[in-house]
Design a protein around this ligand. Structure first.
Ligand code: G3H
Ligand code: ZN
Length: 298
């Protein structure tokens, strides 16, 4: 038994441990297609930034399945000569079977999101997954409480994490723990005011592990920075990149560049180029805020 994943991939343990110790956070970016993946990998290499590329179950199905994602990511790692640490992570895995399937296909990191299950069942499944994960040098993320809102069909009420559960999850050998701390997937509603720093502090004291902030899009910068000082070592971003891509693509269309047939403005490589550039720029902005920019090899 040993690692299955590509030699240029790493699991996420070392990078989140270094972030935890150094008081910064690694960016976890959800991908949707080739443009997303290439933009993130290129930006990571250009800025010397360790990075986590993630797919929800919905996104990996959209792209054709785990093997397609692995083939695309591994191919890009080789062809673009990516040398910064990159982990390929299953986000919000809903079952042990899906986590194992992704590991067997070549993922280096998985999240088992048992927040929809009774806690006893959640932790029992995490323990079961840990045996398989250890055999294959995979980093594992678990979740307690739940993240508010909806992401790719995963719906949460936003229950705050319980410190006792955080301590028990920490003892299973997982690399990082996600928890409900008042965070929400998608755009934050008008009424939302703040993360619960009190909860975060209590959970961190209990588990002492690198913790994961889901719903990382649109949280005020001062709150992001404070969360990092309290143990957040990985920040998950999906919506913010989608919005950046949307805005740039909208401008291209509103400027009627897609209708310029003489310039072949309809060529998808041209149509998608502004969105692609916006993804790279947003990556640089966020990783600078998270403090992980230029942290590869340090
Ligand atoms: O797991 C992925 C995230 O939690 C992303 O959340 O779409 O609100 O950025 P977001
Ligand atoms: Zn999430």
């Amino acid at each position: 038994m040993s690692r299955i994943y590509h030699k240029r991939l790493v699991n996420a343990t070392e990078m989140v441990n270094a972030a935890h110790k150094g008081k910064y956070a690694i960016g976890h970016f959800n991908i949707n297609n080739l443009e997303w993946t290439k933009a993130i990998l290129e930006a990571a290499q250009e800025t010397n930034t360790p990075t986590i590329i993630a797919t929800s179950e919905g996104a990996l199905k959209y792209m054709g399945g785990a093997k397609v994602v692995v083939g695309m990511v591994n191919g890009l790692l080789d062809e673009l000569n990516i040398t910064v640490p990159v982990a390929l992570h299953l986000d919000h895995g809903q079952s042990i079977e899906m986590a194992k399937k992704c590991i067997e296909a070549g993922y280096s990191s998985v999240m088992f999101d048992g927040s929809h299950l009774p806690y006893e069942e959640n932790i029992a499944k995490v323990k079961e997954l840990m045996v398989f994960a250890k055999n294959h040098e995979i980093s594992v993320e678990a979740e307690i409480g739940s993240i508010g809102g909806e992401e790719d069909g995963v719906v949460g009420e936003g229950e705050l994490g319980d410190p006792k559960q955080a301590a028990e999850m920490g003892a299973t050998g997982i690399s990082m723990l996600a928890a409900g701390i008042g965070n929400i997937h998608g755009k934050y509603p008008e009424w939302w005011k703040s993360l619960s720093f009190e909860t975060l502090q209590a959970l961190q004291d209990a588990c002492k592990l690198p913790m994961v902030l889901h719903g990382g899009s649109g949280i005020p910068q001062d709150q992001v920075k404070k969360a990092i000082t309290l143990g957040i070592s990985k920040i998950n971003v999906n919506t913010e990149l989608q919005l950046a891509f949307r805005d740039a693509t909208r401008k291209y269309v509103e400027d009627k560049k897609d209708l310029d047939d003489d310039a072949k403005g309809f060529d998808p490589r041209k149509l998608l180029a502004p969105g692609y550039k916006a993804l790279k720029a947003t990556f640089v902005e966020l990783t600078t805020l998270f403090g992980c920019a230029n942290k590869a090899g340090k």
